[in-house]
Design a protein around this ligand. Structure first.
Ligand SMILES: Cc1cc2nc3c(=O)[nH]c(=O)nc-3n(C[C@H](O)[C@H](O)[C@H](O)COP(=O)(O)O)c2cc1C
Length: 368
């Protein structure tokens, strides 16, 4: 698969064809399903880590506590387990529907203590609905799953640093290592993390708010969201928010952490057209936007930009909910050359991901 060509085509106005069968929601791992034993003192709590991030969480039809374009959940997880885990060392496939693992083989030489979660995709699931638009969405989905894992680890006090999402490999697309706990006490806030550790119930309660999303979030909320996203995407992307209300504009974060105007005027109807014609976006209170990933980006840069955009939008979503805002990721963008629309050179600043925002908070401005 030529990712550069696939992303160029996904950005084109071409429409996907009719749906095809998505296939099974879980990869057919060989061998018997095994329960994940309870962690003893000093062991990595794999059961809780996966339960808060990847396991099917309720009977409502939602597969996992992470969002997914079209709820198709293309991301599969394998575990490379070393010492200090409740499972014997080895490689395992994870079944999110049963919250069970399947032993696939022995661990590689030199395996690290703890566990590495390797994420790859089954393209058929997302291709089934999105056709040629699927590849950017699958990369974004993977970034969201990394964030779900990272937040779960933070909720359990077992994470030390922000995950590296370098985009260098295409299989696995991302690998996140979790070390066994280092004796007593919860881990402090990791370097680079802008938010407090989440409570497990916050992670399990996450949903994409159904449209319409009316009501403009307050400037302080937008500032917090932009700060979270800028920090989480580690310089790979630029961020702004299209704001509705009586003075529609595009705002961004200034170096001193305040909000500043990037452009005056109403952007949301254009965003609705660019986002596969989703008309409800024109009435969203605000839309957080990640942009960059130029037309001449190579495959590692495309992977990096999309993985980090998914990761950052996931953290921004949690930040939004904490501030009383409702949010929904928006991942399918065609001809969305934001830079060119603002008068800069074309092909440099494509919209990569978005988070539509609204609020039901009584103090916020109402647009409807
Ligand atoms: C990468 C990505 C792109 C998405 N794009 C859209 C979108 O364009 N429009 C939309 O209404 N929802 C979008 N969603 C939200 C999904 O439809 C939603 O996550 C899915 O239906 C599962 O629901 P839940 O998030 O409440 O668990 C997207 C989610 C992800 C992760």
């Amino acid at each position: 698969m030529d990712l550069v060509a696939a992303v160029a085509r996904a950005r084109s106005p071409e429409n996907p064809g009719p749906d095809t069968p998505a296939g099974p929601a879980v990869r057919a791992w060989p061998g018997p399903p095994l329960p994940i034993p309870e962690a003893r003192a000093g062991e990595l709590d794999l059961r809780a880590l996966l339960g808060l991030s990847l396991a099917a969480s309720d009977g409502s039809g939602r597969l996992r506590p992470a969002p997914s374009a079209g709820a198709l959940h293309p991301v599969d997880a394998q575990l490379v387990v070393g010492a200090g885990c409740p499972l014997p060392p080895g490689r395992y496939g994870y079944d999110p529907l049963r919250h069970r693992v399947h032993r696939l083989g022995r661990e590689p030489d030199g395996v690290l203590p703890g566990a590495t979660v390797e994420l790859s995709v089954t393209p058929r699931r997302t291709l089934s609905h999105y056709g040629h638009r699927a590849w950017p969405l699958m990369l974004l989905d993977t970034g969201h799953v990394v964030a779900a894992l990272w937040l779960a680890a933070r909720a359990l006090g077992i994470c030390e640093s922000l995950p590296r999402l370098d985009g260098l490999a295409d299989d696995p697309l991302a690998a996140v290592h979790f070390a066994p706990p280092q004796g007593g006490g919860r881990a402090s806030r990791p370097a680079g993390a802008s938010m407090d550790a989440p409570a497990p119930r916050e992670l399990l309660a996450r949903r994409s708010a159904p449209p319409p999303l009316g009501g403009t979030p307050l400037p302080d909320v937008l500032r917090a969201l932009l700060a979270t996203a800028v920090q989480a995407s580690a310089g790979e992307l630029a961020w702004c928010a299209a704001v509705g209300g009586p003075r529609p504009e595009l705002v961004e974060l200034a170096p001193d952490g305040t909000l500043r105007r990037l452009a005056a005027g109403e952007a949301r109807p254009t965003l609705a057209v660019w986002a596969a014609g989703q008309a409800w976006l024109a009435d969203a209170g605000a839309v957080l936007l990640a942009y960059g990933c130029p037309s001449d980006a190579d495959a590692p840069r495309i992977r990096r930009a999309h993985l980090r955009a998914g990761f950052a939008v996931h953290l921004a979503h949690l930040t939004a909910v904490r501030h009383g805002s409702a949010a929904r990721p928006v991942g399918s963008w065609q001809q969305a050359d934001l830079g060119a629309a603002l008068g800069a050179a074309p092909g440099r600043d494509w919209i990569v991901h978005g988070l539509a925002l609204g609020t039901t908070h009584p103090d916020e401005e109402k647009t409807s």
